[in-house]
Design a protein around this ligand. Structure first.
Ligand code: ADP
Ligand code: MG
Length: 412
């Protein structure tokens, strides 16, 4: 988890962990000190050399609680764990030095509470904290071992290294577990969002459909009645058709249409698409070249839907070339007569890297009056045909969209 995370849920979790840690810390720390004091085996306490300094550290550790509680309640709970490890390291280090330095008493290492630090480092799910705890405690033993010239610390260091390894493994597991949970949650949210958008869009589209078809009918009627009145009727009808095709796309997000597989000729599909789009291309100074490699086998597909795919793709190519240019359409058979590829290459503006991943997302568009539905519908139809779509693009050079379709659909 990131430091200083402002997510209320994470703050809440951190606080819970801190409270648990504080209780255990004080219970373990003082129980151990009391036990040590009472235990008559302790040479140091018998000699009464340690009591004054030890009293000092007992009080100091208690005083740290004031800061701990203050930051837990008022400030940033994420730093409480650091306050404790640093204060403990400092207090224990000084205390040990003052007790053993210059005495002949053999050094015996710190408080059992140090194990608690190791145990809690994966619970806080924070790598930096883990390193502070591990390096801090192991480092303290090494320095004390050198200063007090004690071999005792070797055993402790080995145990701490083992504890650190275990804690690190648990920490990594926790981390990846949390990460995959977060990812799954994000995915779910995205899907739900799409489902809601889809239902709304389909609902609205459905409502628009009927009034739109009567509008078109009456416009046509009016045009027939007064053929010479003005030139706007064809434009009106054309615009209504445009609304209609957007409405069709919108209905697609809600529930994809059922696919009707039939044998069809790819030559005819491409020729039909071009006949529809030719006018717009010419007006923009664009020439369209079609290359069909050899005799092409009939394709198992939904002809109407594939026409929609090629209209969408060629339209995008035209819209990418405001200054005119050339579009090349290549159709050929690959994979031992198993698959057909249709590539559409333009000399347009290209697609910026940061947009590549958004292609096909509903409503993603970079155009002033785009809908961002074309590629989404296209992807859906190609998927329904068990095909795939690849896009290669270079900024200001052009874009190549390759559609690969199985010629015979076994799943059908
Ligand atoms: P729309 O055409 O309404 O914007 P599409 O789903 O058809 O929606 O396309 C989404 C976006 O993908 C476009 O806005 C454009 O940025 C990019 N795009 C698609 N095809 C091309 C292309 N041939 N050249 C450049 N950009 C393209
Ligand atoms: Mg488009």
């Amino acid at each position: 988890m990131k430091e200083g995370n402002s997510n209320p849920k994470l703050i809440f979790e951190e606080k819970k962990a801190i409270v648990l840690f504080l209780w255990l810390f004080y219970i373990v720390y003082y129980s151990f000190e009391t036990f040590y004091f009472i235990s008559s085996n302790s040479v140091i306490y018998k000699q009464k050399t340690m009591i004054p300094t030890s009293m000092g550290s007992l009080i100091l550790i208690m005083a740290v609680l004031i800061f701990g509680v203050y930051f837990l309640k008022k400030g940033n709970p994420f730093i409480v764990k650091y306050i404790y490890i640093y204060s403990y390291l400092g207090i224990d280090f000084l205390d040990t030095l003052m007790s053993y330095w210059g005495t002949k008493v053999p050094y015996s290492s710190g408080n059992i509470v140090e194990i608690l630090f190791f145990l809690f480092s994966p619970i806080f799910v924070n790598k930096r904290y883990f390193w502070v705890v591990s390096l801090g405690l192991i480092g303290k033993e090494i320095i004390l071992g050198l200063v007090l010239q004690s071999m005792q610390v070797l055993m402790t260091i080995v145990i701490y290294i083992i504890l650190a390894l275990i804690a690190y493994t648990v920490l990594i597991r926790f981390n990846s577990y949390i990460k995959s949970l977060t990812n799954a949650y994000e995915e779910l949210r995205q899907k739900e969002k799409l489902a809601v958008i889809g239902q709304m869009a389909a609902g609205i589209a459905h409502e628009i459909r009927n009034p739109l078809s009567s509008l078109k009918g009456f416009t046509q009627l009016q045009h027939e009645r007064f053929p010479d009145t003005n030139d706007y009727y064809p434009i009106m009808i054309q615009e209504i058709d445009r609304i209609n095709s957007i409405v069709d796309d919108l209905m697609y997000i809600g529930k994809p249409k059922k696919i009707m597989f039939e044998k069809a000729s790819i030559e005819e599909i491409v020729a039909y698409t071009l006949s529809i789009i030719q006018y717009q291309a010419e007006r923009q100074g664009i020439t369209i070249e079609t290359i069909m490699a050899g005799p092409l086998p009939p394709l198992h597909c939904d002809e109407k839907q594939l026409k929609q795919v090629f209209i969408n793709l060629i339209k995008n190519a035209i819209e990418a070339m405001p200054l005119g240019g050339r579009i090349q359409i290549h159709v050929k058979v690959i994979d031992k007569q198993q698959k057909l590829t249709i590539s559409i290459q333009d000399e347009g503006v290209g697609i910026a890297n940061e947009n590549i991943l958004n292609l096909g997302e509903p409503f993603f568009t970079t155009k002033k009056d785009g809908t961002g539905l074309g590629l989404m519908v296209t992807n859906q139809i190609i998927n329904d045909h068990f095909g795939e779509i690849k896009i290669e693009s270079f900024l200001n050079v052009g874009t190549k969209v390759i559609v690969i379709l199985p010629i015979i659909n076994k799943n059908n």
